[in-house]
Design a binder for this molecule. Structure first.
Ligand code: GAL
Length: 682
């Protein structure tokens, strides 16, 4: 079921903390927001203590007043459940509600997200505060929707409290029923790990090298994800009957969480928190490491949000410098960058953009995480930029609800993602290939979607895409291989890479020639493989091109009827088959590359699959420009975004209208540094 936000125009919002400011400032704040075109505020995600300062004693005065004022001022509100920050009275009285490290040491009060999802005591308090809030504010006329908690699984996505350990055993018992089945699934015979009582089974404990059973480590991640989903579901089930038609969402996309499942089961749509300024950070969260794309790399994260909700919201959009007082430092956005990053989100499918935050925090860890207003609350260029964005949004009203269009998908799945976090024999390879494939799609202006394989997906669903990269699915079931084969039979072009199919669902390596279930799909067998040392070099010779053999090498034996496309060149693998193509009916094909994907390899594959640069004949752009297309019926909007400090020139073949100025453009057009061009066609 499509889980999209439904708005009839592109909308601006902002995160606001009435509890941080004197009441006398609220009205002026709300009026200034309205004057800037901000129509919505998000409140309350960390305010539990304000309404329940001591256990069972409620004081709604502050939020009653604020919500009534917001209503009177014509401001709509997204209300949050405050469960990301349980109050000190709760965590002190019930330390079992806290998360713990692998030695069982409890987190202390003072940060956020320090609770665990499985403590029956915490769940009792969560139910109570959510019910109390929903009963009091569920029908409040200012409130249009609810956000559950804040950034589920951010900061900490591993849980080792007593409650989690107990719940893990229940999870395993439900899944495997018998200890024999569990022992078998985790290969417990190795190193004497066989369990004879359920109470011997545990989450990871501090040991020589962490969890020495990789299969148990994979089960753990499945359990963390399930715990988080149950926690969110508990809240959405409580809210639903009390909030009427108002939407329920949450914000951010984080690890150890099946985001597809929880969006489907608990939410009306997903919102993302977009902070592209991390690319300019001083401590290594640097986009340049990931395919040299810098802030443009955030388009990959936005694609991730789009996979959950074709039209999504951004609950927190970068509006100033990054900075906790002790970490995550990055400069003020340059003039134009806030607007560029806002349009980056819109280009990629967002219809709602809410800035984090209205005013920079006057105290606490986030005193340098700048909002739209500085501490002094006086005019500044970031506020001017919001006014500019609002003027743009008014010109783009009908973009709301239009869809991002891509004919290429990059497929992923949770078991491989989670297994690859630990397994150095496929995780890093997958990461490098994904970034290179994404860079290829960006630099060649070939729009691409990100997709997570879901149990209900059919070959017809996949066939919405002409080409699918599924770079290194080490864990691959026969069912998935059959699905992919059906996709090829429907005319789809599938590309797989090294390390495909050698693991089963528990991450074990069964006695079966590689690439396991993909062998018949691709019409090949792997003869020999290695994880080369960086000093070992070989290339891939594909017609006249020499391409990098990235990260892993597999030599292939093609079956009769399978075509060899490329060979290894140099090293002891010289002349061995490196890439194949098995043809299917209706123009479909299964490609197999016995290596990782370098950017140039991905570009060449896009080309031979006939999907490269589909709009080049209309608008030809330099590699430094991102091109995204949103479509609604007959209407098309080409978003051309310049992330660089240099002017960029695009070439427009046939006359198109500038959606922001109304001017008609044809021929060369310059896009200034950190600026953009939106071309409209209907
Ligand atoms: C987000 C979070 C916000 C704020 C912001 C800046 O991850 O949801 O509450 O902390 O980052 O650090």
């Amino acid at each position: 079921m499509e889980k999209s936000i439904h708005l009839d125009h592109l909308m601006l919002g902002v995160c606001y903390y009435p509890e941080h400011w004197p009441e006398t400032l609220w009205q002026e704040d709300l009026r200034r927001m309205k004057a800037l075109g901000i129509e919505r505020v998000r409140v309350f995600e960390f305010a539990w203590n304000i309404v329940e300062p001591t256990e069972g004693v409620f004081d709604f005065d502050l939020f009653d007043k604020f919500l009534d004022l917001a209503y009177a001022e014509g401001m709509t509100v997204i209300m949050c459940t405050p469960t990301a920050t349980p109050p000190a009275w709760l965590t002190t009285r019930y330390p079992e509600t806290l998360n713990a490290d692998k030695d069982g040491n409890l987190m202390h009060h003072g940060h956020r997200r320090h609770y665990n999802y499985n403590s029956p005591v915490y769940l009792r308090y969560v139910k109570k505060i959510v019910s109390v809030l929903a009963e009091r504010y569920g029908q409040h006329p200012a409130i249009v929707g609810w956000q559950i908690d804040n950034e589920i699984n951010c900061e900490m996505n591993e849980f080792y409290s007593e409650a989690d350990r107990a719940a893990f055993r229940v999870f395993l018992e439900e899944k495997f029923v018998t200890l024999d089945a569990l022992n078998d699934a985790i290969g417990a015979r190795f190193w004497n790990q066989t369990y004879s009582e359920w109470n011997q089974v545990d989450l990871e404990r501090h040991s020589l090298h962490g969890h020495c059973n990789p299969h148990m480590a994979l089960l753990e991640k499945e359990f963390f994800s399930l715990s988080a989903i149950r926690f969110v579901k508990l809240q959405s089930d409580l809210l639903r009957p009390l909030v009427g038609q108002r939407f329920i969402t949450t914000n951010g996309i984080f690890g150890h969480l099946d985001n597809e499942r929880y969006t489907q089961e608990c939410l009306d749509f997903m919102t993302y928190d977009s902070y592209p300024n991390f690319a300019y950070g001083q401590e290594g969260i640097n986009g340049k490491r990931d395919g040299e794309l810098g802030d443009r790399m955030w388009s990959m994260n936005l694609s991730r949000a789009r996979a959950l909700s074709p039209n999504f919201g951004v609950m927190e959009q970068q509006s100033g410098a990054n900075g906790w007082d002790f970490s995550m430092l990055a400069p003020m956005p340059l003039p134009g960058q806030m607007r560029l990053w806002t349009m980056q989100a819109v280009a990629n499918g967002a219809d709602y953009i809410s800035y984090f935050r209205w005013r920079t925090a006057p105290y606490g860890t986030e005193i340098y995480w700048h909002g739209l207003n500085d501490y002094a609350n006086t005019p500044n260029r970031r506020l001017d930029e919001v006014a500019h964005i609002h003027r743009d949004f008014k010109k783009l009203t009908s973009v709301a609800g239009s869809k991002y269009v891509a004919k290429v998908a990059l497929l992923n799945d949770y078991p491989n993602e989670w297994d690859g976090e630990r397994d150095l024999w496929h995780g890093p390879l997958d990461h490098a290939s994904r970034n290179a494939i994404f860079a290829a799609s960006q630099h060649t202006h070939t729009p691409m979607d990100l997709l997570y394989l879901q149990p209900h997906m059919t070959a017809k669903d996949l066939r919405a895409y002409d080409m699918i990269f599924y770079p290194h699915p080490s864990i691959l079931s026969d069912e998935t291989a059959t699905l992919l084969k059906e996709y090829c039979e429907l005319g789809g072009k599938l590309v797989l890479g090294a390390r495909t199919g050698y693991k089963d669902e528990y991450g074990r390596c069964p006695m079966r020639p590689m690439p396991g279930p993909a062998a018949s799909l691709c019409g090949i067998t792997v003869r020999e493989y290695t994880l080369p040392h960086p000093a070992q070099q070989t290339e891939i010779r594909w017609n006249d091109d020499r391409l990098q053999a990235l990260g892993f090498w597999e030599t292939l034996i093609p079956n009769d009827g399978t075509e060899t496309l490329a060979f290894f060149a140099g090293s002891y693998l010289d002349g061995e088959c490196a890439m194949t193509r098995r043809a299917y009916a209706n123009g479909g094909a299964a490609y197999y590359l016995g290596s990782g994907f370098a950017e140039a390899t991905a570009v060449k594959l896009l080309a031979i699959c006939g999907v490269l640069s589909p709009y080049d004949a209309l608008v030809s752009c330099p590699a430094d420009i991102e091109l995204a297309l949103r479509v609604s019926g007959e209407h098309q909007w080409f978003f051309l975004l310049n992330y660089t400090g240099e002017p960029q020139t695009v070439e427009i073949a046939a006359q198109m209208q500038d959606a922001l100025t109304g001017a008609l453009h044809q021929g060369e057009q310059t896009i200034l540094p950190y600026d953009l061009l939106i071309l409209q066609r209907s």
